[in-house]
Design a protein around this ligand. Structure first.
Ligand SMILES: Nc1nc2c(ncn2[C@@H]2O[C@H](COP(=O)(O)OP(=O)(O)OP(=O)(O)O)[C@@H](O)[C@H]2O)c(=O)[nH]1
Ligand SMILES: [Mg+2]
Length: 328
């Protein structure tokens, strides 16, 4: 893939980690994001051993992630390096090494299980490294999926201020879309793909109620939003977006999105926050704190020797830090 992003312009370079407990769906979310950006032309599956980031033969045989794998792609004029990390406690050193270079992260949760032990552990580590996060409640299609229970467990066990910006449409096997509470539009997935539609009448009252709660929570924490809220008694989508982005960067809130990555539902919003660049990664101009920053590694370090075969597609798009296995 030919790069259109200047290699020198670190202002448009972002490292985005995907973190979670084992089996929450990190590799599946990563795979969908790579497909969305055009980095891949086919969505692989963990159980088929065809994902980009589970590149090692043991990972493919066992259907688990063992190594943190970094793949770079381009997205709205930014170079985004997505780092899929393992969830098994045995491989938590790989997560630790990834955290050092992250500009932001997506914490993935299982909509049935909510916060699980390893999500708690990686969350605390991300706190230690000051990595801004958004939460993606995945597997909304599973029996027993419950967004509000998952959010309650995030609040109780991880202690952030989670702000839900979507209202799910349907549940479990009937999960068919979300209402975007910022834009007040419905995204509904049908046979022909996702459709951007007006909020269904039967969900309008609940969507208005939840948007109001969101506006109040944002206005309490963001001064420009508070001013607008006092003057107009509501917040525009632009103000909400800007405030959510800024509050995410400072770690005052955690935006919560939901979906079912396996069914290709919801992951687009993860990538789309704020002008196509994930909100969690949108603020830094460091090009990754590993980009000659806190961890001291320099940009441009060659991919790991011995794994060059995996990097042949386009070495220039792969992460520089030799601590990572470069997949793809
Ligand atoms: N029903 C359902 N299954 C999913 C979804 N997303 C992922 N899965 C399945 O969950 C299993 C685990 O998914 P992975 O993407 O490997 O999870 P992971 O978090 O990367 O797992 P580790 O890297 O081993 O910690 C796979 O069988 C996926 O197909 C989803 O949205 N719904
Ligand atoms: Mg995985």
């Amino acid at each position: 893939m030919r790069s259109t992003v200047s290699r020198r312009n670190l202002a448009v370079v972002r490292n985005l980690g995907i973190l979670a407990h084992v089996d929450a769906g990190k590799t599946t979310v990563t795979e969908r994001m790579l497909y969305l950006t055009g980095m891949t032309h086919k969505r692989g599956e963990v159980h088929d051993g065809t994902t980009v980031t589970d590149f090692d033969s043991q990972e493919r045989d066992r259907g688990i992630t063992i190594f943190a794998a970094a793949v770079s792609c381009e997205w709205n004029g930014h170079r985004l390096t997505v780092i899929d990390t393992p969830g098994h406690v045995d491989f938590s050193d790989e997560v630790e090494r990834s955290l050092r270079v992250l500009d932001g992260a997506v914490a993935v949760f299982d909509a049935v299980a909510g916060v699980e032990p390893q999500s708690e552990s990686v969350w605390q580590r991300a706190d230690r490294y000051g990595v801004p996060r958004i939460a993606f409640v995945n597997k909304m299609d599973r029996a027993g999926a419950d967004l509000h229970a998952a959010v309650a467990s995030i609040r109780e066990r991880l202690h952030p201020v989670p702000l839900v910006v979507q209202l799910p449409i349907g549940a479990e096997g009937e999960f068919s879309g979300v209402v975007d509470l910022v834009e007040m539009r419905a995204l509904i997935w049908g046979a022909g793909g996702p459709a951007d539609l007006p909020v269904p009448d039967e969900l309008m009252a609940e969507a208005i109620r939840q948007r109001r709660q969101l506006e109040e929570a944002v206005a309490e924490r963001h001064s420009a939003a508070l001013t607008e809220f006092c003057e107009h008694a509501e917040l525009s989508a632009d103000t909400l977006r800007t405030a959510l982005r800024e509050l995410t960067r400072t770690g005052e809130i955690v935006v919560v999105l939901c979906g079912a990555a396996y069914r290709n539902r919801g992951y687009r919003a993860v990538a789309r926050r704020r002008g196509g660049v994930p909100a969690v990664a949108a603020g830094s101009t460091s090009g990754g704190r590993g980009g000659g920053g806190a961890c001291g590694r320099s940009v441009g370090t060659a991919c790991r020797p011995g794994l060059q075969g995996a990097c042949d597609r386009d070495r220039s798009t792969h992460l520089r830090a030799p601590v990572f296995r470069c997949a793809g």
